[in-house]
Design a protein around this ligand. Structure first.
Ligand code: FAS
Ligand code: PHB
Length: 389
């Protein structure tokens, strides 16, 4: 079998690239290790930058997002029992869209199906070969059969635990990492969200986030020690802790109920340089990870795919290799700015084991400064809504 671009990973990065290239007449095959149900069963991101919204519309998958998503013109930061509103629309002229990654992925799968796209689930032992030569190919096993796909290029969209990043020789690869000493315990509940906009709460007991998926599906998180297990947290214990960490006026009207999903996600900052090696191009979590505090993970995947889509289009349509040659540097320039923002929001809002009372006061004084400074609010807002591509 031969294809122009072999895409490893059927998450949002891989599917979005496949869909955008299809609309350019460029042939792709997507190899996904897990079943479609498993991929669609993951509960992850919730906030889309407007650049991501525009890109999904360009891919022809924006209709349900536009109908069911929620446009948010601001967000709330909470500390010391009060909230500070960051008005994105007034400060930057932009908004964000609240529409779950699960829905984005489902819309992308539907579009690939409608276009007769080739997405192969259950692809095991995917391996990349001859990436720095003219015989690039991918092998995998499925239903006990070995398969081989010759290709012009490989897009490594297989997430943090995938195989693509490892295909870059260790002598070439440079990795940067910070692992945070806590995780996020997240729940979904069929209850009304406590607020119309998101609440990011700093509290001396730890961080909390109030988010949503729709008017009857709320998404909440509390910071927990890395030693915690999901089974340590009953629903009652979760609601009690969340109420302690958000302002009293919100806690008083919080609608609680049985959780329909509960999971703990570790937090890390991670970047792999370069994001390209020979005919392999990394995109999304395969190349970088951010703590979800800045709502950047899915959105960084989107900007990577935007750059790679244009680079591959220019190569096949115009014989112009500049985009491919410049992909890694261009993507990393935006990746590092989002890494910085996500790191800074995580440091501002979470309780670190060794920060002590002085560290808590530093966080509270930075929030006081934010409350009083239009310049500081504008800086936060322009990073949150998404820096230019
Ligand atoms: P993904 O990891 O989504 O997809 C990679 C795909 O590759 C997967 O389907 C995987 O099965 C497949 N794969 C892996 N290895 C393979 C192999 N060897 N062969 C074939 N296929 C393989 N971001 C936010 O902005 N906000 C959040 O709240 C948020 N919460 C998150 C919670 C968790 C638990 C995690 C893990 C991430 C979270 N993220 C969040 C980040 C997340 O949204 C990612 O940025 C997003 O999924 C990136 O998409 P992909 O790059 O497609 O990677
Ligand atoms: C979510 O709704 O899951 C969400 C929203 C914003 C974040 C992280 C997660 O920063």
């Amino acid at each position: 079998m031969h294809t122009q671009v072999c895409i490893i990973g059927g998450g949002p990065s891989g599917l979005l690239l496949s869909q955008l290239l299809h609309r350019e007449g460029i042939e792709t095959v997507v190899l996904e290790r897990r079943s479609r149900d498993h991929v669609l069963g993951r509960i992850r991101a919730g906030v889309l930058e407007w650049g991501t919204v525009d890109l999904l519309r360009a891919a022809g998958v924006g209709e349900r997002m536009d109908a069911e998503g929620f446009v948010h013109d601001g967000t709330l930061l909470a500390a010391q029992n009060r909230t500070i509103r960051i008005d994105f629309r007034r400060l930057t002229g932009k908004s964000v869209m609240v529409y779950g990654q699960t829905e984005v992925t489902a819309d992308l799968y539907a579009a690939r199906d409608a276009a007769g796209g080739c997405v192969i689930h259950g692809a095991e032992d995917v391996a990349l070969h001859d990436l720095d030569g003219d015989g690039a190919h991918v092998t995998y096993r499925r239903d006990g059969q070995e398969h081989r796909i010759a290709c012009d290029f490989v897009a490594g969209c297989d997430g943090f635990h995938g195989v693509s990043r490892q295909a870059i020789p260790a002598s070439v690869r440079r990795e940067f990492e910070r692992v945070y000493p806590f995780g996020w315990l997240g729940v979904l509940s069929r209850t009304a969200p406590v607020e119309d906009e998101l609440i990011y709460a700093n509290h001396e007991r730890g961080f909390a986030l109030c988010s949503m998926r729709n008017a009857r599906l709320a998404r909440y998180y509390v910071q927990v020690p890395l030693s915690d297990k999901v089974e340590d947290w009953s629903d009652d214990a979760f609601w009690t802790e969340l109420k302690r960490r958000i302002p009293a006026e919100a806690a008083d009207r919080l609608e609680t109920g049985p959780t329909i999903e509960k999971s703990i996600a570790p937090l890390r900052s991670f970047v792999c340089e370069p994001m390209r090696w020979g005919r392999l191009f990394l995109a999304g979590d395969a190349a970088h990870i951010v703590p979800p505090t800045g709502a950047k993970g899915l959105n960084l995947a989107a900007s990577d795919i935007f750059y790679l889509w244009h680079a591959l289009r220019d190569h096949y349509r115009d014989g112009d290799a500049a985009g491919l040659e410049g992909y890694s540097a261009r993507a990393l320039a935006r990746v590092w700015k989002s890494e910085r923002f996500s790191w800074s929001m995580t440091n501002l809002l979470h309780r670190f084991p060794d920060q002590g009372d002085f560290g808590q006061r530093m966080q509270e004084s930075e929030l006081d400064y934010l409350e009083s400074s239009e310049a500081a609010q504008t800086a936060l807002a322009e990073n949150y809504v998404g820096l230019p591509y």
